[in-house]
Write a protein that binds this ligand. Sequence first.
Ligand code: ADP
Ligand code: MG
Length: 487
Amino acid sequence: MGYIAMIGLEMHCEGSETNSKVFSSARNSYSTTPNENIRPIDMGFPGVLPVVNKKCVENALMVSMVLNCKQPEYMYFERKNYYYPDMPKNYQITQETKPIPVGIYGYVDYECNGEEKRVRINNLHLEEDAASSDHLYDTTVIDYNRAGNPLFELVTEPDFRSADEAVAFLEHMRSVYQYLGVSEADTRKGHIRCDVNVSIMDESLDPEEPSNWGTKVEVKNVNSFGGVRDAINYEIKRQTKLKEEGTYDEMPQQTRRWDEDSQSTIFMRSKIDAVDYKYFVEPNIPKYKLTKEWLDEIRASIPELAYDRKKRYMNDYGLSEYDSNILVKEKKISDFFEETVKLGTDPKEACNWVNGMILSYLNYHMITIDEIYMTPDMLRDLIKLIDDKTISSKQGKDVFAKVLEEKKEPLEVVKDEGMMQIVDESAIEDVVDEVLAENPKAIETYDPENPKALDFFIGQVMKKTRGKANPGIAYKMMKEKLDNMKK
Ligand code: ADP
Ligand code: MG
């Protein structure tokens, strides 16, 4: 018998684009120096009081609007009570009970392998992040930089049927967060973490009917998209085996973790051991009404998202869907492309460079576009040097490599390498005349009908200019003069 997989995601994304944390005035910025961005509240000192960061709430509301969620009438928060060294206040400020979250009951359309899919969103809520612990050989150290950072937690309904769909959705959401400007959504900086929920059911049953669903297995804290894919596929296989052995129904609802090293999920606890967090309304943050005016203002400020940008590239710039998709995948790359076009570069040429040379350089060196030495200005200059025939397009590739290697401007490279082509017609004419004067015999045997007959003369021009004469101009001029002589 075949099975259907039911997969639901809890996606946590760090809101990285505000100056301060969500309830604390400490700086909200990624740092590799531990305990640099902290205030007493992040350390749980007695008497500390939270203050809501308006910008974080605005950003969360913006995300909830893009997720087609309903926004609540009043905004307030709750305490989730538990003790853990990375949570020194002994509670996390979050939003759990409906209808508090910044958004409930929405949906998102996304593309998976060229097909449009829809996933229902259960809710999006705003909460504070915990600190991070590093488990060393015989000790554990805690870095409170992350404590109190804004975190958007998005909970989907179990509408994904495969790892492909779940990962396509995560990629879609990463792009939404980046385009909204609410998070860098950089997995390398740990901005995105997921809990993955998986169960399977007989394919003959109706997946729309919740009583048919299998037992939910939650895999906690998967922090890469590759990990999400592997964890889902591993769970589907593991659970299918239990079905086939006839022991699936004995499996308790449980929490597991993804173990990179063994490429497997490992049992942590069963639902029976679940902690009671004793939620109650956070008394130090007053409940406040979300006015229609404010919500309208936020809705009006939603910027162009990847999908709309892609359509614009196809309609206004005549780029292919394939190229447009590559350009908009990462907002920073798309911004780089737009900047280059704004500086006066032909969109098709800019697209060829960005999707070709630049992307392969970034991939090869595993860096992001803001880490590359090339700027939109430099790319514009480089393309211009080729367009006005100062250098050939083949030389353009060498200049590109040298700009990055030697950290020089394109024009500087062209000058230093003596690549400057001679395009000045009178300068080329001087050399052409010289060559003609020096080779009377060759002129005698020149045959205007033989296309190869010019090669010798052009060869001489190139020799005299050390390859720098523009071949097109030299060729045209030489042919005209020779043909005239033969008339
Ligand atoms: P909990 O109360 O344990 O947090 P929820 O009902 O809030 O559980 O669901 C958490 C996540 O698990 C959601 O993403 C939801 O879609 C998913 N989920 C719920 N039931 C199942 C199931 N039977 N199989 C797979 N995923 C499920
Ligand atoms: Mg949960």
